[in-house]
Design a protein around this ligand. Structure first.
Ligand code: SAM
Ligand code: TMP
Ligand code: ZN
Length: 412
């Protein structure tokens, strides 16, 4: 782990200088699962994160071209988790009672994927439009009657939507805004599309929880920005909007739902000031916090490799659970290949029969987990721990053990 303070240039939000604070080395595209027979060379980039010394935005120092991540065959399907289906249904029901209560309201979702959230809006007969470039995922949404434009949301897309459909009362996005380096274009689009009293609401992983839980595997190609309330507030001002809401949530290991409005249109809720104060007290934008994080990551790496090595020496079988994007950072940073973990099981059909990026662990369907059960399972999808452990109850009942690695390596 590189804790030297290297001054880089070029914050993607404000142009300020970046102080680099952690470097995970050469990493692949996190959801670029490979055919076992593939002969083409794999794309790698340097995964390193920096803090902007002007606006405090934490961001990658190298950008992966978006076409390599989000394309026709992007394999992630939001609806693979029952917990997340319930979460997004609640989100939609909340909006149907608030921002979308008037007949004729119009909702736009950026990064709607398979329609996990818009399904409820569409079923309620409310005017809506999803925008997402991952065609196969979009087709799943369209098949159930959800309207989607299969493209990237940016300034031009937003202007075209405004011209064709009028202003949006709600622009919503989950786990997508942090994936978009070109936020200047995106927010010019939001400004062009949003109605005078409309809101732009987005959920993303929270820097405070990533640092607090040492969940360094949340850092991978797609998560270009790691948002804090302070950096989002500064970003909103820069792009002509105002941060009026910030709500902490437990999803994906700790996220925040931010609400932006046109300046003066909505009164800021008290949580914004409270969270800003908390961040100041914790020194969230200071290099000291970030350096402690680097030390904890190194401890996790050493402990996990030691544990997996001991289990191998004892002749125990270890299988991975959840071929997550996160596991790309963990496995490639720690060097976890088939010598330590036999295969990974995952419920996403589009990942089966392929190899994980970089470390090439085979991905198998969940049925492979029980035939026969391994001695240990390394839970890559730890953010879905409750759901997965309940589903795989029998594994533990017959003596199997889960290995978790955040906030530190432990076995349950
Ligand atoms: N919102 C869903 C959720 O929370 O489960 C999907 C999140 S998924 C990690 C990110 C999605 O954003 C992908 O489906 C991807 O295709 C989409 N995406 C990436 N860049 C985008 C952009 N500029 N405009 C719209 N969608 C985008
Ligand atoms: P995520 O952490 O980015 O949501 O990815 C979760 C991955 O774990 C995704 O590939 C689906 C997989 N998964 C299972 O295999 N079984 C499950 O029960 C759940 C909830 C997820
Ligand atoms: Zn900046």
């Amino acid at each position: 782990m590189d804790s030297d303070s290297k001054i880089q240039y070029g914050c993607r939000i404000c142009g300020g200088r970046l102080r680099e604070w952690c470097d995970f080395g050469r990493q692949p595209v996190s959801q670029s699962f490979r055919d076992p027979g593939a002969t083409d060379s794999e794309f790698f980039f340097r995964l390193a994160v920096g803090l902007c010394l002007s606006c405090t935005m934490v961001q990658h120092v190298e950008e992966v071209p978006r076409s390599l991540m989000f394309h026709e065959n992007y394999p992630y399907r939001s609806s693979g988790s029952e917990f997340m289906r319930r979460h997004f249904e609640e989100v939609a029901r909340h909006f149907l009672k608030t921002e979308l209560a008037d007949p004729g309201s119009f909702a736009v979702e950026i990064g709607c994927n398979d329609g996990i959230m818009l399904r409820t809006i569409s079923e309620a007969g409310v005017r809506h439009l999803g925008v997402d470039p991952s065609r196969r995922a979009v087709e799943v949404a369209q098949a159930s009657g959800i309207r989607v434009r299969p493209e990237f949301f940016e300034e031009e897309t937003a202007k075209a939507i405004r011209a064709a459909e009028g202003p949006a009362d709600l622009i919503y996005s989950a786990n997508t805004i942090s994936h978009i380096p070109y936020l200047d274009s995106l927010f010019r689009g939001v400004s062009a599309l949003l109605s005078a009293n409309g809101v732009c609401v987005f959920e993303d992983r929270y820097l405070g929880d990533i640092l607090g839980n040492a969940s360094f595997d949340q850092i991978y190609d797609e998560h270009f920005y790691l948002f804090s309330v302070r950096s989002v507030q500064a970003m909103a001002v820069r792009f002509g909007l105002e941060l009026v809401g910030a709500e902490r949530m437990t999803v994906h290991g700790g996220s925040i739902r931010y609400t932006l409005a046109r300046p003066g249109a909505r009164a800021p809720r008290p949580e914004v000031a409270e969270l800003l104060e908390q961040e100041r007290e914790q020194g969230l934008d200071g290099t000291e916090q970030l350096q402690r994080f680097s030390a904890r990551i190194e401890e996790i790496r050493v402990d996990l490799i030691r544990l997996l090595g001991e289990l191998r020496a004892d002749g125990k079988r270890v299988v991975g659970y959840g071929a997550t994007a996160k596991s790309a950072t963990l496995t490639n940073y720690c060097g976890i290949g088939t010598g330590l973990v036999e295969f990974v099981c995952d419920s996403t059909p589009g990942k089966h029969g392929l190899l994980t990026p970089g470390m090439h662990l085979p991905v198998r369907p969940p049925e492979a987990f029980a035939s026969p059960y391994p001695d240990y399972a390394l839970l890559f999808a730890w953010n879905h721990a409750e759901e997965i452990m309940a589903k795989e109850r029998v594994f533990q009942e017959q003596g199997g053990k889960w290995i978790l690695y955040v906030p530190k390596v432990h076995v349950v």
